[in-house]
Design a protein around this ligand. Structure first.
Ligand code: ASP
Length: 349
């Protein structure tokens, strides 16, 4: 009898061992993430938020996660999932992308976006566009339908029109909140100039553009073929100068994906460009064998602040591990697991 029990226990152990070897992906994917999004980092403080506004942000982030997740569950690619999630946020006035884009110094909305397919390193991006309703779709069209990676201004708009994308009057991007933010920053700047309080460094780097509420949007997804994709879309920074381009549309800077990891950034673009943030995270993983959490933390908590920059990023690796470091007060962010469990966060919880 005792022997029989021992044999049974032994057989169960052998079966468990074999299943872990034969079906590692099943065990690995349990509880792992398939989609991660952000709605921008910045000075996002609970004390400055109304419960209604907080709810509105959480609802928009949840909708973006659900929309991308539904694509993945329908067997669509990670590229389709990140595009779909970003479109939801571009169409919301809450985020600094698409509809809710911030204003330039001249009172215009100039939008940047990029998308990258980690399975083949194909990428597309647009910069300085003013009439494309969903710049992320234009970035995807450039990746899939042109021989180029990046197109800017009126050329990108012409291409988007030919690709059948929705073109809008620039007035579509006008929102009162963003307009007021521009007036506010301009007022603060003129007071600073009168008082001669701006130090040399801030004049050089354009602190007048730094409104501490970045609000760019981004997404990284892992599809059921194991392919990663990343996407980022932004209006840039309030009061930016004519023709200024940030990190978001630059491949390897604000947006990057390969077979190991996908990354989308948000923050003070000039510093992210100088730190080549997204590719640096991927390189630390590839060449230094760091985990996604270690690599993302190294870049956002050490390298970018060492230059004087701030912001955050989201990263998702090929095994469904996620990292979302930020060195600002808050970052709108959310994740969804393979089982559909959603988590949405705003502050340093
Ligand atoms: N990174 C963006 C830029 O500098 C701003 C943001 O993250 O909201 O254009």
């Amino acid at each position: 009898m005792i022997n029989y029990v021992k044999v049974k226990i032994f057989i169960s152990f052998v079966m468990l061992f074999i299943s872990a070897q034969v079906f590692p992906q099943i065990n690995k994917s349990a509880g792992k993430y398939v989609l991660v999004i952000h709605g921008g980092a910045g000075t996002i403080l609970k004390s400055q938020m109304t419960p209604e506004k907080e709810e509105a942000y959480k609802a928009a982030l949840t909708l973006a996660l659900r929309t991308g997740y539904n694509k993945l569950m329908a067997g669509e690619s990670s590229i389709s999932a990140v595009e779909a999630a970003v479109i939801v946020m571009e169409n919301s006035p809450l985020f600094n992308a698409g509809k809710g884009a911030v204003f330039t110094n001249e009172g215009k909305n100039e939008l940047d976006a990029a998308i990258m397919d980690g399975s083949n390193l194909m990428a597309g991006s647009v910069a300085g566009v003013t009439t494309i309703k969903n710049p992320i779709s234009a970035a995807r069209a450039i990746m899939e339908k042109s021989e180029h990676v990046m197109m800017v201004g009126s050329g990108a708009e012409k291409f988007a029109l030919e690709a059948g994308l929705e073109i809008v009057d620039p007035k579509y991007f006008w929102t009162k909140e963003r307009w007021d933010a521009l007036q506010q920053i301009k007022k603060q700047d003129s007071i600073k100039k009168i008082n001669n309080q701006t130090d040399k460094k801030s004049i050089k780097l354009g602190s007048e553009n730094h409104d501490h509420k970045f609000g760019t949007v981004g997404a990284v997804a892992l599809d059921n073929k194991g392919n990663l994709a990343a996407a980022t879309s932004t209006g840039g920074m309030t009061n930016k100068k004519y023709g200024r381009v940030g990190d978001a549309p630059l491949i390897g800077v604000g947006t990057y994906a390969n077979k190991l990891v996908g990354i989308s950034c948000t923050g003070w673009g000039e510093y992210f460009i100088r730190s080549v943030v997204a590719h640096d995270v991927a390189a630390l993983m590839e060449y230094k064998n760091m985990t996604v959490e270690q690599a993302a933390t190294e870049v956002i908590m050490k390298k970018v602040p060492a230059l004087g920059g701030d912001g955050g990023l989201i990263a998702l690796d090929k095994d469904g591990n996620v990292a979302m470091p930020f060195n600002t007060a808050g970052m709108y962010r959310g994740t969804i697991t393979k089982q559909g469990k959603i988590e949405v966060l705003i502050y340093k919880d």
